[in-house]
Every structure is written in structure tokens, then in C-alpha cells.
Design a protein. Structure first.
Length: 593
């Protein structure tokens, strides 16, 4: 797992984690890249290693009276590549005219050599080993976010590209720009135009309605939260084990010189629109409460039993968030699976479960954090900080819990902020002198988020809110969560839900009203009280992705509990049914500006 450091309030901690022709063409391009890089290219100036380091931001200054405005959806603009610096430049070079216009713009901006575009010399083709590799361009196969599609095989994608899809009842087409179509002919061959929908880049996105069956191919730098990235033969650029060389839609970029010897061109920086070393993935989770029957099963089957099926996913995230509602207590009694009272504690040894999932940050806004009194809360905070985990949303005092915590990873700067926003204030016990969950001060919080956003932080706001036994949020949830987005939060997530809830794409931000339980014993409730507790045996882990200082996408991981302690990943049939219900209750904002 990634090694990192962090900055928290005024003290610093140092954690420990953080068809024949085209098949052969794909293999050849990989070999070309490796051989050419080895034989001809001077060392590249590579990007620095990924690590999370401390941030010492200027303290947010008081804001002028804050006005909440309606959300607009700006088009995300991200740089795709640095301008290359050439140490030795031939007088002329040839760039394949099929390459993206951005590639041509880069080289045309350099005035001390001439770019040949119309010379179709077979010795200068991009698949020739005489070409010089200068980078790669990554494309994505996408579908609207509420689609139930997840993956497509290479043969199916090639068939759709080359043959169209006349048998499809919906006349399925791939939407893409002319620029993208031209570039992809180098990878996939000449397309069957009946299977394509050629449009301007800003008109590709179709209405985001549940059940819409549409595909598009876009350059990586055009991804945003309105799209779902489809895996191709289970390769997805957002996954930690992604292999660019094996990915069908990675286009290698070569240049050739008709007059200069090979190797006379040396690039200091690779030309690329995607570098995995600039990507950060944050896993947000729902309710953890290691009590009652969950704890009893842990005693019987082992402390790590609840995480057996999902720990590798959480461990692979660059930053893993846990919302643990319950304090650890040295005098906590043995768990009672039939416990009637709602005053909870967890044994100290149960913290090993949180260790094994790669916890980095613990939210303390939970309703039950104060159940066992001040000493247990302070003891729990010590346990977390001794493991160099960040805490927020609660703390030793009210102010301590409200303060944001700051992290930096792969050049992306984050601020986590949270609180308990329930109408009933009995759960938020923090005060000037007492520890506990910190009650939300929304006026202050909106101003603070606006200030943090202005300073360049990606603000992630999570909180305990009203518990609703339905997918659809209620009006007060809409109001509070949207206000946080309006203030500048890029992610707003409800940590309170035992029943999973809807999502909302709000401008360039993402709201999830409730994720459901991560580790908590409400599976039996769905069994014995189906009308009152249906769907409490299902939940989410949200993987939020950030790149070059922007939020770009979210993957929804769906879980099904097998007993009162352990969730597993849903099988495809379960996932389709579950997501269909969630998406029907969700809110889609389609205006991209």
C-alpha cells in the first residue's frame, strides 16, 4: 500500500499507507514501444513517485456573508500533456495525420522544425520500428453513469467497430468525434460507419436516463462524473492493476524523420493524456459498528472474518475512509447478539479489523460515539492516532472535530470535513470541554468549504444525517447536501444510512445520500422484518477518482451481506436489480456547460 504522510489540524502524524491484423498490431505496438525506448530514446524525465505528504495551508480567513447559488455544470478543463522540449531537433519530422489534433498542435507550436503531414511513405508509418516513440494517448469506452453495462470483450468491441451492430434491437452505435475516429483507425482498423455516430465532442453525452443503452469513446482528458468507464476485457484505467500496454485503447505516439538519423530526437517529457501516477482513488464507506451480533460472530469466526471478501479492494485504495460509530473501551463486555439497549462499545482487539482493510482516516460523527462516556471516546482517539490515522467529524472538543484534515497524494490536495447533522442533538456530545461527535454548524461549514475550495483543495464532506428507510432522499437531505456542493465540495456523502440511498450528479460534483452498512448486524432485520428493514442487507463502497487536481469519476461497488457480519460483492444479477432501484430514485443533472 502507498506510504504517505499527512497534516491534521496543528499536529503532524505519519501513517504507513496510502480480426488477425489488429491482434498482431496490438502486440507489435507493445514490442515497438519497449524496443524503441531501449535502443533509441534518451532517459525520460519521469514524474515523481506517488506519496502523500503534509500540507500546511493558510488558515481559512473569515468569509463575507455567504450566498448559496444554484449549481451549474462547468466543463472540466484539464491539461493533457506538457509541451515537449527537444534537445536535438531535425529540420523535418513526420506525424501521422490520423493522430489527435492535440498532438499536431504540440509539434506545430515548435517553430524550429517543419512537420510533414501529407507524406505517406511506408517507411514512416507509426507501426514501423524506425519510428521514435514519444508517448501515448489513452481513450475510454464509456456509457452514461446510470447504465447497467460494466464490461465489453475485445472481440465484441472490434466487431461493433468493424461490422456495426445491425442485429441490435436498439441500433446500438458508438458516439465519438471525428478526431477520435481518425485516431482509432490506427488501432482498430477502418470502421463500419453505420455503427458510429460522429458528433462534436461536446455533444456526445446523451440524456442520462436509467436504462439508456449507448456507448461512446472519448479521450481520457474528457472524462467527467456523468460517464461510467467500461472495462475492456476487465481492463479499466481507474483500477490499481491497470496495464496501459495491454489496454486496447492505448494509442502509442511515434514520430519519424525522413532526413535525420533515428535517435536524434530526444524528448524530456512523454506526450500523454493519462499518467496513472497522477491518479488518486479514495474509498468512502458507510456505517461500521463492531457490536452486538457482528461482534459475536467475530468472536466465533475470527476478528478479520467480516472483511474476508472485500479487504483487498479497500486496501488497494490510495486513501481508505471508515466511519466507525462506536467507541473502543477497555472495559467493554463480551458481545450479546440479542442486545436490546442501544448503548454500544467495541473491544480494543477489534481494531485489527480496521487495520486489515487499510484504514487511513476515521470519521467520528457517529450517533453512538458517546455511548460509553468521555474516557472511551478519548481512548478511541488515542488508538486511532497511535496508528497514525486521521480523525475528523468528532474529536476531543467541538472545535477539534469540526476542523478539516488535509492530505496530498499524487499532486491532488484534499480536505475532509464532517459533522453530525441530525435534527436531534443528543448524539453530538462534543462541546468546548467534552469529546464526541461534533454537531454541524452549517453557516460556518459552508464558509469554510468555500474558503478551502478557493485555496485549491478538493473538499470531501461527509456527515451523519437523517436515517431514511428508502432509496430516495427526503427534502432536508436534499437541502443540506446540495448546499455543501454549492459551497464547493466535490464529494458529499452520507455516513448515517443503514438503508442504502440514491446518488445525485450535481454539476461537477457527486452526492451519495447514504451508503448503507459496511460492518454492522442488520442482515437479520431484513430477514425477520422485511417491510421495515428491506435492503438493509445491501450497501455500497464508493471509489472516487481524482486526477490533476480535479474530481473525475466514481465507481459504485455493491455489497450483499451473507450474515450479520460479512458483506460480499454482489453477483451481476443482484447488482443489476439493486442499481436499477437506486438509479430510479436518483437525481440526474444533464446540463454540461
Amino acid at each position: 500500500m502507498t506510504q504517505f504522510r499527512f497534516y491534521h489540524s496543528s499536529s503532524e502524524h505519519q501513517p504507513t499507507k496510502m480480426s488477425f491484423t489488429f491482434v498482431h498490431l496490438a502486440r507489435l505496438r507493445i514490442e515497438i514501444r519497449k524496443r524503441s525506448l531501449l535502443l533509441y530514446i534518451m532517459p525520460l524525465l519521469l514524474f515523481s513517485a506517488c506519496d502523500l505528504k503534509p500540507i500546511n495551508p493558510e488558515p481559512p480567513t473569515p468569509s463575507i456573508p455567504f450566498t448559496v447559488t444554484s449549481v451549474e455544470i462547468p466543463r472540466t478543463e484539464r491539461s493533457v500533456t506538457p509541451t515537449p522540449e527537444l534537445s536535438i531537433i531535425p529540420s523535418t519530422i513526420w506525424i501521422d495525420p490520423h493522430y489527435p489534433s492535440t498532438i499536431h498542435s504540440i509539434f506545430n507550436s515548435l517553430s524550429n522544425f517543419e512537420v510533414i503531414l501529407d507524406q505517406q511513405d511506408s517507411t514512416l508509418t507509426t507501426s514501423s520500428v524506425s519510428g521514435i516513440p514519444v508517448g501515448s494517448w489513452t481513450y475510454l469506452l464509456v456509457t452514461p453513469f446510470p447504465s447497467l453495462r460494466e464490461n465489453i470483450s475485445v472481440p465484441d468491441l472490434l466487431s461493433l467497430w468493424q461490422n456495426g451492430n445491425p442485429s441490435s434491437p436498439h441500433n446500438l452505435q458508438i458516439s465519438l468525434s471525428e478526431d477520435t475516429k481518425n485516431a482509432l483507425t490506427l488501432l482498430l482498423g477502418d470502421p463500419n460507419l453505420d455503427g458510429l455516430r460522429i458528433v462534436e465532442a461536446d455533444k456526445i453525452l446523451p440524456p442520462l436516463l436509467p436504462g439508456v443503452d449507448s456507448l461512446a469513446i472519448i479521450p481520457f482528458d474528457q472524462i467527467n462524473s456523468h460517464w461510467k468507464i467500461l472495462s475492456i476485457d476487465n481492463q479499466n484505467p481507474l483500477d490499481p492493476d491497470f496495464d496501459q500496454d495491454e489496454y486496447l485503447l492505448t494509442l502509442p505516439i511515434f514520430i519519424s524523420s525522413p532526413s535525420e538519423p533515428i535517435g536524434s530526437i530526444a524528448l524530456l517529457d512523454p506526450i500523454e493524456n493519462f499518467n496513472p501516477d497522477k491518479l488518486t482513488t479514495i474509498a468512502l464507506t458507510g456505517v461500521t459498528a463492531l457490536v452486538r451480533d457482528t461482534a459475536s460472530i467475530m468472536e466465533e469466526k475470527g476478528i478479520l472474518y467480516p472483511a474476508e471478501d472485500i479487504h483487498s479492494l479497500l486496501e488497494s485504495a490510495d486513501i481508505t475512509h471508515i466511519s466507525n460509530e462506536v467507541p473502543f473501551a477497555e472495559d467493554c463486555p463480551s458481545p450479546d447478539p440479542g442486545q436490546i439497549s442501544l448503548y454500544f462499545c467495541s473491544k480494543d482487539e477489534y481494531i485489527e479489523l480496521l487495520e486489515t482493510v487499510g484504514t487511513d482516516i476515521v470519521e467520528l460523527s457517529g450517533d453512538h460515539f458517546g455511548d460509553w462516556g468521555p474516557e472511551a471516546m478519548l481512548h478511541s482517539i488515542d488508538l486511532y492516532h497511535n496508528r497514525n490515522w486521521l480523525t475528523y467529524g468528532g474529536g476531543e472538543t467541538l472545535v477539534d472535530g469540526l476542523q478539516p484534515v488535509y492530505l496530498e497524494h499524487n499532486g491532488n490536495r484534499f480536505a475532509f470535513i464532517g459533522c453530525n447533522g441530525k435534527a436531534h442533538d443528543k448524539y453530538a456530545t462534543a462541546s468546548e470541554t467534552n469529546p464526541g461527535a461534533s454537531r454541524c454548524d452549517f453557516d460556518w461549514m459552508l464558509s469554510e468549504i468555500a474558503s478551502l475550495s478557493d485555496q485549491g483543495f478538493l473538499v470531501i464532506a461527509t456527515m451523519q444525517h437523517e436515517e431514511i428507510d428508502s432509496f430516495a432522499p427526503v427534502a432536508i437531505q436534499n437541502y443540506d447536501f446540495r448546499n455543501l456542493v454549492n459551497a464547493g465540495a466535490v464529494i458529499v456523502s452520507g455516513s448515517q444510512a443503514h438503508h442504502p440511498q440514491a446518488v445525485e450528479i450535481a454539476g461537477s460534483s457527486f452526492i451519495h445520500y447514504g451508503l448503507g452498512n459496511l460492518f454492522f448486524d442488520q442482515w437479520y432485520l431484513a430477514q425477520y422484518h422485511p417491510k421495515a428493514h428491506i435492503n438493509k442487507d445491501k450497501s455500497f463502497i464508493d471509489l472516487h477518482h481524482f486526477y490533476e487536481g480535479s474530481y473525475i469519476n466514481t465507481q459504485l461497488i455493491t455489497l450483499q451481506f451473507v450474515d450479520n457480519a460479512k458483506p460480499r460483492f454482489m453477483i451481476p444479477e443482484e447488482r443489476d436489480i439493486f442499481l436499477s432501484e437506486v438509479f430510479q430514485a436518483s437525481i440526474w443533472d444533464y446540463k454540461v456547460k
